[in-house]
Ligand binder design. Structure first.
Ligand code: ADP
Ligand code: MG
Ligand code: MG
Length: 212
């Protein structure tokens, strides 16, 4: 079934609710190996994005504009490094579905993969460097790998969700090559990366959305 602007408004609202529920936990994770603001940053960004897209007239706004509006709102609301990373992700998602009045499953999957690509290019982090890329990259790869003729859309995103969770867990054993945590050397071993943890939450929200 086609994914409409109204559906995407609902998706951004879901993400904001799920991130808000984990805000304090994300701050605790960031407190251990960063500056403790990651939950606040993600909550502010997701809340601003959800509010901005909710204000759009669904009958007049194509999906690409939903993503672009979310990107601007997220960037304006967030001073931390996650701001430009997610703003780029949403911009890329918007570009991936340019000119589409509604999204097919295939369009949505391409938008999802474009988010991972955008985060990776903006932050220049590779998998294994203890960042949100360690959740986004395997999630996008899992969804793309599973997307074969006859594949079920929601199953692709279930696999993406699981891959994100595994990727997030794997950051526990890594040292950091990017961001604040990179200054702490071996001291970050034993701690999950906060950006990977929030990515796993966002991807889980998307997987929940993909069930409908
Ligand atoms: P800040 O460090 O500015 O306070 P946040 O706390 O919002 O920013 O986000 C920290 C998270 O950002 C890290 O846990 C990591 O996942 C992610 N991150 C930092 N630098 C990069 C980068 N270059 N590429 C991808 N992700 C990054
Ligand atoms: Mg921080
Ligand atoms: Mg900060």
């Amino acid at each position: 079934m086609a994914i409409t602007t109204k559906d995407l408004q609902h998706l951004f609202a879901m993400i904001a609710v799920d991130i808000l529920a984990q805000r304090d936990h994300l701050c605790e994770l960031d407190g251990a190996i960063g500056d403790g603001d990651h939950g606040i940053a993600m909550d502010a960004g997701c809340e601003a994005a959800a509010r901005a897209v909710a204000a759009l007239d669904a009958t007049q706004t194509p999906p690409t504009a939903v993503f672009n509006t979310a990107a601007k709102a997220f960037l304006n609301a967030v001073g931390a490094s996650s701001g430009p990373l997610y703003a780029t992700a949403f911009m890329r998602a918007g570009a991936a579905v340019k000119d589409r009045p509604e999204l097919s499953d295939d369009d949505f999957l391409r938008a999802f993969a474009a988010m991972a690509e955008g985060i990776q290019e903006r932050g220049k982090a590779k998998p294994g460097e203890k960042t949100m890329v360690d959740a986004w990259r395997p999630a996008a790869d899992a969804a793309l790998d599973a997307w074969q003729p006859g594949a079920s859309f929601h199953q692709c995103f279930d696999l993406a969700e699981r891959a994100a969770r595994r990727g997030c867990e794997a950051t526990r054993d890594m040292t950091a090559a990017k961001g604040r945590a990179s200054r702490l050397g071996e001291r970050v071993i034993g701690h999950i990366d906060p950006g990977a943890a929030s990515a796993a939450i966002v991807i889980a929200s998307i997987a929940k959305f993909a069930q409908h």
